[in-house]
Design a protein around this ligand. Sequence first.
Ligand code: HEM
Length: 508
Amino acid sequence: MNIIKSIGLYEIAVLLLGTSSSFLIYLSLKQYLKLRRYRHIPHPKTYGLFRFFTGNLHELQAYKNDIGFSGLILKWFNDLGPVFKVYFFGEIIVSVNGPEAVKKVTIDLDLHKNDLTYNMLAFPFNERALGTGLVTEIDKEKWKASRALFNHAFQRNILKTFLDEFNEKSNLLMEKLRGKADGKTLVTMFPELNKFALDIISSVAFGFNNDSINQSENYLNKLIINLLHGINELLIDPLIQLKPNKFKMVNEFRKSLRELREFSREHINQRIRDLENKDHVPNDILTIIIKNYGGDSLDLDDLIDQFLTFFIAGQETTANSLAFAILELGRNPEAFLKLREEADKYIGSKNYISFEDLANLEYTSCVFNETLRKWPPAPEFSRKTYKEIEINGIKIPKNTWIMCSPFISGHNPEYFPEPEEFKPERFLKSSEFSQKNMINSYTFFPFSLGPRNCIGQNFAKIEAKIFLAKFALNFDIRLDENQSYGLKEVLTLRPKDGCRVYLTQRNF
Ligand code: HEM
């Protein structure tokens, strides 16, 4: 205190002013030099008093509740062309688009995942969440080793053995929806589908009957929702943990995450014990993984990371896409009738959809594909350049955060004429778009591409086809006219109001 008195308030003020001005000058210089490295790459106009620092944040805030980040980058793509940059504070992201670019990034160069984004999923708020699970593992060699184990568990002939579970959970959901199908009860599809997807993963992948479909609030579902909510909040605002009004949310997040990991630990430990005691165990993905990890290499925390990864990667993505599908079918009754015709023809009154039946459901696949084209649940994915690369004649510096967008590609009229229309027919093998190869792996890639593509894509396709066929066989849909058709997007893309419908039992 005495020292302060002797220095005097004036000197302190000058000192503080001096320090903050030097800091501001340092930040400005750093920002200037960074932007200079990218000045040859086109970028959208920036707005606001502090736009030199905030970059494109202003527009993002303005559009986030309407067309979402995906809609915004599509707008920028239409204005600026296939390669452009956007920036928010110190982070510059280069969006690269077009079949050549996507092939180069994901396959030819097989770029690494970008650590900044994936770390927020791996260790949000400095807590271990998805850790070194498949989605978030940045180290290529370690990732390769675990992917090799999991590839085995996700082969079609293994998934085939789980059809009973897929059918059983779909039947349970139909049963529940039948109870609401009086034409007057408002049903929000997303939460129903979210529980459905959770129960399927719980049962197929980890051999336990979670039964959230029949519960209004489910323990596991609630923990996962809290986990995703926390990660979403962190992605929107990386400084969130410093804000006193968010302390409660952050604490709840931490508590849920710890409970979730504990829940996983107990479940995995039990399975290990059962395997050691040679007790009967389900032949599910967990058993396959434990047997393959085996021996000394088995690290329980790694297994928990994988366990959580499959819940997070496989639940919301599938639920979102199915909610979008119902929304589109409600708006496109012709497509809905064709879907039903196909289900009538190949499934009819059967309660069980077999693998052979699935092969016949081509139009159902097209409905799912068209939904994923228009509304990919993972609308962008990111990578990082480890050396300077060139795309469309534009040089992109080393260590750049690159973004590829299945959303932009799916809305490009060059490959998908009238992209705003919902036309499942374009995916029929006989359609001119398929024949002319306009639809191929580099124009339609909702499950990403290359070595780090989605391991669960066949799983998701089986789940979606069984659900869609059964739904079309059972119900008529009327959309709630008061719902917004906006998007909700942070980690994944979802219909803003969750797809609100009135159902009636189908008139035969
Ligand atoms: C419609 C449903 C789904 C969509 C659209 C989807 C999409 C994607 C995409 C785009 C990626 C790449 C992400 C990135 O590069 O960061 C991915 C990765 C992954 N997905 Fe899916 N997914 C779906 C369903 C599932 C399901 C059902 C499971 C599991 C049962 C699953 C498990 C995974 C895993 C583990 C990865 C990481 C793969 C790796 O890096 O080796 N996904 N998914």
